[in-house]
Design a protein around this ligand. Structure first.
Ligand code: ADP
Ligand code: MG
Length: 373
């Protein structure tokens, strides 16, 4: 990358109809993907292991070529262009440092290749090292560093080139949880300072929640949902997202719906809510409700307590409702014991309905019913 391109404003990145399969008759790892990553935003690509996240990042960086579709960076079609013309710097999960070089040389190597003189190179490496707390380590080799320090060097090596696009592939997954939290804060700050367009790949929903301006949820090479972390948490479009997003997965309780909109559990209990628009549905539905929105109150559904998890600031009660597992999060400490029966109530506007067959959310909302239990 040349200096002039380093100083470019952060571009947007658009992939259109992008497909990649590794074997001729095998599955599409990236499947006709259409996504736009806005300029200067911190976008997180979230999905389970094997869903195609690294493949997508490698395609954007130019380390791999698509079978179909296009990639535009800043409006320029870079689909067939080499990595050096894409203005991206990438940070890999395994750091990929040069073991025989010092920290200083590792960070400055890209600048050296780009022909930046010794003096300027040294000044830029020093500046990045002080930003990342690596000053005292510049003379060491990677083998003499902890995992967290190595990852900082890998980030420093990417940042020193002032790239308008930063690609991160699960950069924190080898670090312990305390360090991960610290690095998350640092990455947010780096993003604010540089204004770069960031694509950050992870399978960790906490990272997505805490880092992202917007999250692209990927499932089997396709987009499941694109939203802010808050919207993904409150309004998942599908069961896949509802299960994946949130440190406690959303409760999903199977219910049957009558043509009149009455909802019944497997054990015959009738819910104190009806579906607003009467739906003649033949299959089961799933009622989605977050653990913190379930309250011990009447009228409600009967639940038996199987276990209680004390977490300091709150506790999670593991219940069974009509034989199905349900989690209740409580911040107060009402008396409750394993084996007891509770009545669980929830506000209608906090509940979501999902179609059992397609797994997609149904827009129909719930209304309070006067059914007495
Ligand atoms: P993720 O990063 O989401 O865990 P990847 O993009 O690495 O997923 O891989 C997606 C799928 O593609 C996996 O099933 C993986 O085994 C397969 N895959 C990845 N790279 C190659 C490759 N070079 N050759 C063949 N299959 C691959
Ligand atoms: Mg990966």
């Amino acid at each position: 990358m040349t200096r002039s391109t380093c100083d470019n404003a952060a571009p947007n990145i658009r992939v259109s109809g992008l497909s990649r399969r590794y074997t001729k008759h095998g599955p599409a790892i990236i499947d006709a993907l259409d996504v736009e990553f806005p300029a200067g935003e911190f976008s997180v690509i979230l999905g389970p292991s094997g869903c195609g996240k690294s493949t997508l990042l490698r395609l954007v960086a130019g380390l791999d070529s698509p079978d179909a579709g296009s990639i535009h960076i800043g409006g320029v079609d870079v689909t067939r262009r080499p990595p050096s013309e894409r203005h991206c710097a990438m940070v890999f999960q395994n750091y990929a440092l040069y073991p025989h070089m010092t920290v200083e040389d590792n960070i400055g190597y890209g600048l050296k290749l780009a022909g930046v003189g010794r003096e300027e190179r040294s000044a830029r490496v020093q500046a990045i090292a002080s930003t990342l707390g690596l000053h005292a380590l510049l003379g060491r080799k990677p083998g003499q560093l902890s995992g967290g320090q190595r990852q900082r060097v890998a980030i420093g090596r990417a940042l020193v080139r002032k790239p308008p696009v930063l690609l991160f592939d699960e950069p924190l997954c080898n670090l312990d949880s305390g360090l991960r939290q610290e690095m998350r804060t640092e990455l947010r700050r780096i993003h604010q300072d540089t204004g770069a367009t960031v694509l950050y790949v992870t399978h960790d929903q906490t990272e997505a929640m805490t880092l992202a301006d917007r999250v692209v949820v990927l499932n089997k090479g396709r987009v499941e949902q694109i939203d802010t972390p808050h919207a993904l948490y409150k309004r998942p479009h599908s069961i896949v997202v509802a299960r994946f997003f949130g440190s406690t997965p959303m409760n999903l309780i199977e219910v049957m719906c009558s043509p009149e909109g009455v909802l019944t559990l497997g054990d015959g209990q009738v819910l104190p809510f009806k579906v607003q628009a009467a739906m003649a549905t033949s299959g089961p539905l799933f009622l989605g409700i977050r653990a913190e929105n379930l309250k011990v109150a009447s009228p409600g559904v009967s639940a038996t307590v199987h276990a209680i998890e004390e977490l300091g600031s709150h506790r999670v009660i593991h219940c069974r409702v009509a034989g199905q597992p349900v989690l209740v999060s409580q911040s107060d400490s009402q008396p409750c014991s394993v084996g007891s029966t509770l009545n669980l109530w929830f506000p209608a506007d906090e509940a979501l309905l999902f179609d059992g067959a397609s797994g997609q959310r149904i827009s129909s909302s719930l209304v309070q019913d006067n059914v007495s239990l």
